[in-house]
Write a protein that binds this ligand. Structure first.
Ligand code: GDP
Ligand code: FE
Ligand code: FE
Length: 189
């Protein structure tokens, strides 16, 4: 499938604002891939598909979790978690992308993971710092991402967890595991 064919399929699934976001994530991810010596085509594909399932009905995810015998605890969560963790079910079936490194980058793009390849770290950061993002700390995140990818992952992980706690949101266990794996031994201020 060409990039244009992939784009056309993704566009059928996403509203214009979300479609524009995934293209900015792609551009950011490709730039970071060049900088860090990661496969730029994988970065392009992973960036484009990372939110492929973001605008599907909840019932699609519930059906997919059951049909694929995914962790039943997923049923206690919602779209914010499902679109990443369960997204690869739809990406495989509908886009015929089977590269497990790309699929893992999608799986971990929201919550992170203890182990993330450089590609997964790039998608995690590109989603956070793409030029359309505007929140307190995004400039610091952009600087860190260009200086030290692992430190940037730690920064995002710390700030996302702090944000969830400040807003009384439930913390998905993998988000906490990511925090424990990346933040305490980092050199973050
Ligand atoms: P987006 O899909 O491009 O908007 O970005 P993400 O996939 O990174 O994030 C989707 C949403 O999930 C954001 O609002 C995050 O704050 C939220 N999120 C990330 N981790 C957790 C978590 O552990 N628990 C909950 N409840 N939400 C989370
Ligand atoms: Fe997402
Ligand atoms: Fe995204």
């Amino acid at each position: 499938m060409t990039r244009d064919e992939l784009l056309a399929k993704i566009q059928t699934q996403l509203k214009p604002a979300r479609f524009a976001h995934v293209q900015r994530v792609e551009a950011t991810a490709v730039r970071l891939a060049a900088k860090y010596g990661v496969d730029q085509e994988k970065a392009s594909i992973a960036g484009l598909v990372h939110d492929y399932a973001k605008q599907r009905p909840d019932q699609d995810f519930i059906d997919a979790i059951k049909a694929n015998q995914l962790d039943p605890d997923l049923l206690n969560w919602n779209n914010a978690i499902w679109h990443g963790v369960v997204g690869p079910v739809f990406i495989k079936a509908e886009l015929h992308i089977y590269d497990e490194e790309i699929l893992d980058a999608v799986r971990y793009h929201t919550t992170g993971n203890r182990f993330m390849t450089p590609l997964a770290q790039i998608i995690y950061m590109a989603d956070y710092i793409e030029p359309g993002r505007d929140f307190d700390g995004v400039e610091q995140a952009r600087l860190l991402t260009d200086q030290d990818l692992a430190l940037a992952v730690a920064y995002q992980t710390k700030h996302t967890l702090a944000y969830l706690i400040a807003n009384n949101q439930p913390v998905y266990p993998k988000t906490l595991a990511t925090y424990n794996a990346w933040v305490p031994q980092s050199q973050l201020d």
